[in-house]
Design a protein around this ligand. Structure first.
Ligand code: XMP
Length: 325
């Protein structure tokens, strides 16, 4: 398969077209791989999840999925990977909880680019160590999609830290590399992946590490993860999940005085960011109904240890970036 999408290739918009694509790719992957083994770094993001499901269908246990939990995942994400791929699809899944390795390395590091570099380099190290324990792996599968090829200077290429080392010298298996994101989603649903996984929001490779501003501490990271889970739950329940492109919490390394149970209570603020965009290069602010904001504030301040204020970010991009970092 070349790296250029032929003009004649129809957009995959329906389950029928998705199934035809899947059949074609299953045959192509079987022809490419034969009886050899394929390795995949499965983050649980849309692209790697769809590639995993496709390859499980094509070659079953010849696919070895490695999920590295860097401790910076959102609440429930690694659990979902284990549930969907390890259990429901009965895949050959290796789960590595590397939380301590990552958080120990990040302790005291506040500079954003250094944090990203540490997370990226450690990810490769953990993955590489795991790969070297496996025998007879001939191929490396990747969730490359067409915009990744087109936008070599795009947002993802500029940001991504999840790239794997070139010295792995393995032949690549990239079954969705000619698809746009919306097509990958249609294919994912046709493969039976859960809707929530297929329509997941974009999430940075370094995960909550970018949103836990300054030097990451375990207690503040925990507060961020819990507050973020409440925001996602409330957006889901109140019909905003499908309408708002990206929404999350950031927690800065800063405390202020509050009152709790009649006593002084120092805590961090949780900052709500909810934006709409089409290409992530510019973004506008989504209006969230005030009663819902009050409810979210009430839940976060009462349910999350360490948070004593909730703030709303009204800054479009530009001038703010989407992430807080
Ligand atoms: P910014 O903050 O630059 O983010 O306005 C634009 C979009 O990119 C996402 N983002 C990433 N995506 N790997 C990714 O694939 C990354 O490392 C990364 N960092 C930021 C961000 O969430 C937003 O959607």
């Amino acid at each position: 398969m070349s790296n250029v999408r032929p003009e004649s290739m129809a957009r995959i918009t329906t389950p029928e077209l998705a199934h035809a694509f899947i059949e074609e790719q299953v045959a192509a992957v079987r022809a490419q791989v034969g009886d050899k083994k394929v390795l995949l770094a499965l983050s649980g993001g849309v692209d790697s999840s769809v590639v995993a499901a496709l390859l499980i269908k094509a070659i079953g246990k010849q696919l070895v999925c490695v999920h590295v939990n860097h401790g910076l995942m959102r609440k429930g994400e690694s659990e979902q990977v284990i549930e969907v791929f390890g259990k429901a699809m009965d895949a050959n899944l290796i789960y590595i909880d590397a939380t301590d390795r990552f958080l120990d390395l990040l302790a005291g590091v506040s500079e954003p680019e250094r944090k990203r570099k540490i997370i990226g380099a450690e990810f490769i190290k953990v993955f590489d160590e795991e790969a070297s324990k496996l025998e007879g792996i001939s191929f490396l599968a990747q969730g490359t999609i067409y915009p990744d090829i087109l936008e070599s200077k795009g947002v993802k290429a500029h940001h991504n830290v999840g790239g794997l080392p070139e010295e792995m010298h393995m032949e690549l298996v990239e079954p969705v590399k000619l698809l746009y994101k919306d097509e990958v989603r249609v294919v994912g649903e046709a493969l039976g992946l859960p809707h929530g996984m297929v329509y997941r929001q974009p999430f940075p490779g370094p995960g909550l590490g970018v949103r836990c501003l300054g030097a990451i501490t375990r207690d503040r990271l925990h507060a961020l993860r819990e507050a973020d889970a409440i925001l996602r739950e409330e957006f889901d329940k109140n019909g905003l999940a499908g309408k708002v492109w990206q929404y999350f919490i950031a927690v800065p390394d800063m405390k202020s005085v509050g009152v709790k149970d009649g006593k002084r209570y120092e805590g961090w603020p949780a900052i709500i960011r909810a934006v709409n965009t089409t290409d992530a290069m510019t973004a506008t602010i989504e209006e969230i109904p005030y009663p819902l904001l009050h409810h979210i504030t009430d839940r976060i301040t009462h349910e999350v240890d360490g948070i004593n204020r909730v703030l709303l970010d009204l800054t479009p991009k530009p001038i703010g970036t989407i992430e807080w970092e």
